[in-house]
Design a protein around this ligand. Structure first.
Ligand SMILES: Nc1ncnc2c1ncn2[C@@H]1O[C@H](COP(=O)(O)OP(=O)(O)OP(=O)(O)O)[C@@H](O)[C@H]1O
Ligand SMILES: [Mg+2]
Length: 282
């Protein structure tokens, strides 16, 4: 609705994780490399964690695009409220294998499928998002899947992604066997102030702002976005999107610091040094 007013070709601050808008911080680059090379080098089991809204699902969307280009087949599980058998059925279903009832048959099918792909020199991955919500029983099932290997290589590459609660789960005594199998581990962080500025300007540029990024969001507005979002990308997007709508509503060509403060107050986002900081990202 505001695109015409600001001369933008698309919405710069949509909150859906879209690889087109990737801003490659060193941490995001490292995460993407770990996920991608973890699969390519058949390392077995890779874990990525990060606070709410820091870009984990975006990393997975990016890695899935890369994997699709190199004939790696993957199953993507994002609904983690599944029982162990439903989990296995979902995974085999996503690989296009016929539906069967028993766990034994599911595992036999999966094993045959993985061996056949391995013999053709093709990698296969299981990608699990929202891992912090998985039950211990399903995490144990994932551990058992890491056993699918021939004498030299893991047949199934597993990417497990989740919020920091996942790290705590992996620290528990019950899951120490799973923890020992992690080959690569990385963590996403929120953005620094300079990164937040670059992030906002890059999104505006990719949305067609044509060098008008600094007019749209002057430096003091960016400082205020950072203060209230603490550099969490999803919050940055929410604040900036709403700020653009507010500026459009007032027929302004620039988003002032005052507008950012108003939006942050509407979303109950307190500045960084305020007591009892409340963060709402969803
Ligand atoms: N490095 C980045 N470059 C561009 N956009 C980013 C980046 N990191 C995060 N985002 C954007 O921030 C928003 C939140 O990202 P995403 O949904 O991937 O977070 P998440 O870590 O999966 O959150 P949750 O823990 O709630 O699942 C999305 O709009 C995403 O595109
Ligand atoms: Mg996510």
């Amino acid at each position: 609705m505001y695109r015409k007013h600001f001369g933008l070709a698309r919405n710069p601050f949509d909150i859906t994780p879209d690889p087109y808008f990737l801003f490659p911080t060193p941490k995001h680059n490292e995460a993407l490399a770990s996920l991608y090379y973890g699969v390519q080098r058949q390392m077995g089991f890779v874990v990525l964690t990060g606070e709410v809204g820091t870009g984990k699902t975006l990393m997975l969307r990016c890695v899935m695009e890369l994997l699709s280009r190199c004939h790696t087949e993957f199953a993507y599980v994002f609904n983690t409220m599944l029982s162990p058998i439903e989990f296995l059925q979902y995974v085999t279903g996503d690989f296009g294998l016929p539906a069967v009832e028993s766990k034994g048959q599911l595992l036999v099918q999966l094993n045959r499928f993985l061996i056949e792909r391995h013999q053709r020199g093709l990698a296969t991955a299981l990608i699990v998002d929202e891992g912090q919500l998985l039950t211990w029983e399903v995490l144990e099932e994932i551990r058992l899947l890491t056993n699918l290997e021939n004498s030299r290589k893991k047949l199934l590459q597993i990417l497990l992604v989740g919020q920091p609660e996942l790290e705590q789960k992996l620290e528990s005594v019950e899951l120490r066997q799973l923890k020992q199998r992690i080959a690569l581990r990385c963590r996403l962080e929120s953005l620094t102030l300079p990164e937040t500025a670059q992030y906002i300007y890059r999104r505006l540029h990719l949305a067609g702002a044509n060098g008008r990024g600094r007019t749209l969001f002057p430096e003091d507005s960016i400082g205020s976005v950072f203060e209230h979002s603490k550099g969490v990308p999803r919050l940055v997007n929410t604040i900036c999107e709403n700020a653009l709508i507010a500026a459009y509503g007032r027929q302004l060509n620039t988003v002032s610091k005052e507008i950012i403060q108003e939006i942050a107050a509407d979303f109950h986002l307190l500045p960084m040094d305020a007591p009892g900081v409340e963060v709402t990202t969803r």
